[in-house]
Ligand binder design. Structure first.
Ligand SMILES: C=CC1=C(C)c2cc3[nH]c(cc4nc(cc5[nH]c(cc1n2)c(C)c5CCC(=O)O)C(CCC(=O)O)=C4C)c(C)c3C=C
Ligand SMILES: [Fe+2]
Ligand SMILES: [Fe+2]
Length: 342
C-alpha cells in the first residue's frame, strides 16, 4: 500500500506534543444495527479472541453476530445517556480535564480521546493530531492493567496507522500503571468518599474484567497485575484479607476464564449471610456497560436474590479530581525526558 502524500515539511518544524487517551469504544447507538458492526470489529480482532481464524470467522459470523447484537443492544439501551455511551462520555471528559490540568502545570499540548473499536477511531484521531502539526504523541490507555487483549491491541491500531504514514511523529506508549501510587490513591479516595457518604459494607468486592485463563498460561501478565492492584488498594485502605474479595467478570463463551467469577461470588456471599457488600471495578477508569449494567444492575439483582440485604456500587474514577491528578502525573512522568530542540 502506498504511503499517503504529505506537503513538504519545513526543516525545523517546532515540536508539538500531544496525548492520545485511548479506551475500548462503544457502538454509535444502542440498537442491534449499530452493535453488529461494533461487535464484528471487536470480536474479529485476533488479540481479543485467539482461535484459528477460519474457525472463528465461521462461529462469529454464523452464530454470534446473528444473536448477540440484539441482546447487547438491549443492555446498552438500559445505560445509554442523552449524550451517548457512558464510556465515551467519560473518556471525552477525562481528555478535556487532562488537557486543562496539564495546561495549568505549564504543558501546552493537545489531548484527544480515541476508541479502539467504533468512533472516534485511533486512526482518525492520529490524522487530526498530525494535521495540527503533532511531532510527538504519547499514547495513554484507559487500561491500568496490561493485557494483550486490550493494551497490545491499541498499540496494534497505532502501528497500523503508522504503516500508512510517511512522516511519523515520535511515539511513546504506556503499557500499564497498575501499581502507580497515584492511581492507587485515586481508587482509595473514591472508596473512602463512598464510605463517608453511605456507610461501610461487610465486604469490599473488587471486580476486574476477566480474560481466558489460557492467556495467562501463555504469558499475559494481566491477572498478576490485577491482584497487585487489589493488594495495594487493600493495604492503602487498611483492609484485612477477610474484608475484601477479588473477582473477575464479563466471561465470554464457554472456556475457563479467570476465577473467581463475580456474579457467582455475589450469589455465594448473599446465600452465606453477608448482609451488605460494596462493589467496585478498579480496572475500569470510566463507567461503562460492564460496570453499570453487569455489576450495578445484574450483580445487585444476583446478590439480593440470593439473600443479601444491601448492595452498594462504588462508581468508577470517571472525572474525580484525584483521578485527573493521577492521570496528569502519569502523563507528565512519561512526557519527561522528551528533550526540546536546542
Ligand atoms: C473474548 C472476548 C472479550 C475479551 C477477551 C475482553 C477483554 C476485556 N474487555 C475489557 C473492557 C471492556 N469490555 C467491554 C465490553 C465487552 N467486552 C466483550 C468481550 C471481551 N472483552 C464484549 C463482547 C463486550 C461488548 C458488550 C457485550 O456484548 O457483552 C467494555 C464496555 C464497552 C462499552 O461500550 O461500555 C469494556 C470497558 C477489558 C479491560 C478486557 C481485558 C482485560
Ligand atoms: Fe470486554
Ligand atoms: Fe458484560
Amino acid at each position: 500500500m502506498p504511503f499517503r502524500d504529505e506537503p513538504p515539511a519545513a526543516p525545523m518544524t517546532p515540536e508539538r506534543t500531544s496525548v492520545l487517551w485511548c479506551n475500548l469504544g462503544s457502538p454509535d447507538e444502542p440498537t442491534a444495527r449499530a452493535v453488529r458492526p461494533y461487535l464484528a470489529d471487536f470480536l474479529g480482532d485476533p488479540r481479543v479472541v485467539e482461535i484459528p481464524r477460519l474457525l472463528w470467522a465461521l462461529i462469529l459470523h454464523g452464530i454470534i453476530l446473528r444473536t448477540r447484537p440484539a441482546k447487547s443492544a438491549a443492555k446498552y439501551a438500559s445505560i445509554w445517556t442523552p449524550a451517548g455511551s457512558p464510556l465515551k462520555v467519560w473518556t471525552r471528559k477525562q481528555a478535556v480535564l487532562l488537557a486543562g490540568w496539564l495546561g495549568e502545570r505549564g504543558h501546552r499540548l493537545t489531548v484527544l480521546d480515541a476508541m479502539r473499536y467504533g468512533q472516534p477511531s485511533i486512526a482518525s484521531r492520529l490524522d487530526e493530531l498530525k494535521a495540527e502539526g503533532a511531532t510527538r504523541v504519547l499514547v495513554l490507555q484507559a487500561y491500568p492493567q496490561y493485557s494483550a487483549t486490550t493494551t497490545a491491541s491499541v498499540i496494534d491500531a497505532v502501528n497500523a496507522w503508522s504503516a500508512r504514514v510517511r512522516r511519523l511523529p515520535e511515539l511513546r506508549f504506556v503499557n500499564d500503571y497498575h501499581d502507580d501510587p497515584l492511581y492507587i490513591d485515586a481508587l482509595a479516595q473514591s472508596v473512602q468518599r463512598h464510605w463517608q457518604h453511605n456507610g461501610r459494607g461487610d465486604l469490599l468486592v473488587m471486580s476486574f474484567h476477566g480474560i481466558p485463563e489460557r492467556n495467562i498460561r501463555l504469558g499475559d501478565p494481566y491477572q498478576a497485575q490485577c491482584l497487585a492492584t487489589a493488594r495495594l488498594l487493600a493495604e492503602r485502605l487498611a483492609l484485612a484479607p477477610a474484608q475484601y474479595r477479588v473477582t473477575f467478570q464479563s466471561r465470554f463463551g464457554r472456556a475457563k476464564w479467570l476465577e473467581p467469577y463475580t456474579e457467582p461470588t455475589l450469589r455465594e456471599l448473599g446465600a452465606a449471610g453477608v448482609s451488605r457488600v460494596d462493589v467496585m471495578c478498579p480496572g475500569f477508569p470510566a463507567d461503562c456497560l460492564e460496570t453499570l449494567e453487569e455489576i450495578a444492575m445484574e450483580g445487585r439483582e444476583a446478590f439480593i436474590a440470593s439473600g443479601g440485604k444491601e448492595f452498594n456500587y462504588i462508581p468508577c474514577l470517571n472525572d474525580s479530581p484525584a483521578w485527573i491528578t493521577a492521570l496528569s502525573g502519569i502523563a507528565e512522568r512519561h512526557l519527561a525526558g522528551w528533550p526540546t530542540r536546542p
